[in-house]
Design a protein around this ligand. Structure first.
Ligand code: SAM
Ligand code: SF4
Ligand code: SF4
Length: 367
């Protein structure tokens, strides 16, 4: 019986067996994909489970009591993740983001952070390690995460109004507890804290200005994200998207803004500062201003599949290589081969047709 559940949950998405090329087939040095993009960031999903049921991400109608989450034996162990991260570093990765599902639900996730914090980039610098969380367990865990070597944290918060927030997380979780988590993270030194708010027209767009008002002057950076057509559960339509330009216009009318230079080339968020010096905000315009041209991100799912795009429908089964007798050099060549062949640019070619295609869920791969 257990066997059967494992196979159903594991085969929800198509799995491709990676090709392991011979040494002479792979050029030396970090790989560059077919559109000239290097491999710089790795997002690692450490669990597909979550204690929220955000209506746009894990609607209860799909993620109900009988939903088959991945069994423990399917998950990559912390040792397996560390082994892969070492290999990714050789390919040029400098930044790791832990995500989920809700990453703080993974037991002892701080032990994984401890392992990763000991690794260094090719240039001998510490890895840049961060984590995206819904904040529900942050008040309890912030100190341990910081002590383990986590540098920063991004907290998702879709409304500052308690009633709207409870409705959106759909488990009646109070906004005050997330704010307590943010305060604990700041006190533990996980700063600057980024607060991500996904904007869905007609659902929480009335919260844009109140949420901006709340975080103005706090030192935290509020970022507004356009609602995306990830997965197949959230019933996305273009009409649900409130363009970032409109977000900026609404905030500018209440609190005048001026645009800021990017922190670095290829930064995903566009930065804006309050003219009265009360800090900055950001907008991430994944739909109206796609940033595929600078996309240097790979994503590793909880059970070890590599995705070269958030909108992919199939992943490359690195766990199969880890759990067979392949050595690190072979796995490194398999990953290089995948990256060399990458030509993903989904957001640039998005249409009503592509939006209707079957894709991996956000709660599975973590954004
Ligand atoms: N549970 C954690 C959290 O909520 O921060 C981490 C995983 S969650 C999938 C990562 C981020 O993806 C969250 O900020 C969430 O709001 C965002 N997200 C989920 N579905 C989305 C969608 N359809 N469009 C845009 N962002 C989305
Ligand atoms: Fe959970 Fe994050 Fe998805 Fe909300 S957005 S359901 S908190 S994974
Ligand atoms: Fe990167 Fe794919 Fe998003 Fe484009 S659509 S930015 S390639 S993840």
């Amino acid at each position: 019986m257990t066997e059967r559940i494992i196979s159903i949950a594991d085969e929800r998405y198509q799995r491709l067996p990676p090709h392991v090329p011979a040494p002479h087939e792979i050029p030396a040095g970090p790989p560059t994909d077919r559109l000239g993009r290097r491999l710089h960031d790795l997002r690692i999903s450490v669990t597909d489970r979550c204690n929220f049921r955000c209506t746009y991400c894990m609607p209860k109608s799909v993620f109900g009591a009988d939903y088959a989450f991945l069994p423990q034996s399917s998950l990559l162990s912390f040792e397996e993740i560390e082994r892969l991260v070492r290999i990714f570093i050789e390919h040029g990765v400098e930044k790791i983001r832990l995500t989920g599902g809700e990453p703080l639900l993974r037991r002892h996730v701080e032990r994984l952070i401890e392992k990763l914090a000991r690794l260094q980039t090719r240039q001998g610098q510490p890895l840049d390690i961060t984590l995206t969380t819904n904040g529900s367990l942050l008040a309890r865990k912030a100190r341990a995460l910081r002590d383990a070597g986590l540098q920063r944290v991004t907290v998702s918060l879709d409304a500052i109004d308690d009633a709207v927030f409870r409705q959106m997380n759909d488990v009646d979780f109070p906004v005050a507890d997330v704010l307590e988590g943010i305060a604990a993270a700041a006190a533990a030194g996980l700063a600057p804290i980024k607060v991500n708010m996904v904007v869905k027209r007609g659902v929480n767009d009335a919260q844009i200005v109140p949420t901006a008002r709340h975080f103005r002057g706090s030192g935290h950076i509020l970022r507004f994200i356009e609602f995306m057509d990830v997965g197949a559960s959230n019933g996305w339509q273009m009409d649900d998207v409130l363009p970032s330009a409109e977000v900026i216009a609404r905030i500018h009318a209440a609190f005048p803004l001026r645009s800021l230079e990017a922190n670095y080339q290829g930064e995903v968020a566009e930065r804006w500062a309050y003219q009265d010096g009360q800090g900055e905000i950001g907008v991430i315009s994944s739909v109206t201003r796609p940033f595929c041209a600078g996309c240097t991100r790979a994503r590793l799912s909880t059970e070890g599949r590599l995705y070269t795009c958030l909108f992919a429908d199939r992943g490359h089964d690195l766990r199969a290589l880890l759990r067979s007798d392949h050595d690190d050099a072979q796995i490194a060549r398999a990953i290089a081969h995948l990256w060399l062949g990458r030509d993903d640019r989904y957001s640039e070619i998005r249409s009503a047709q592509t939006a209707a295609l079957r894709k991996i869920e956000m709660s599975y791969i973590g954004g």
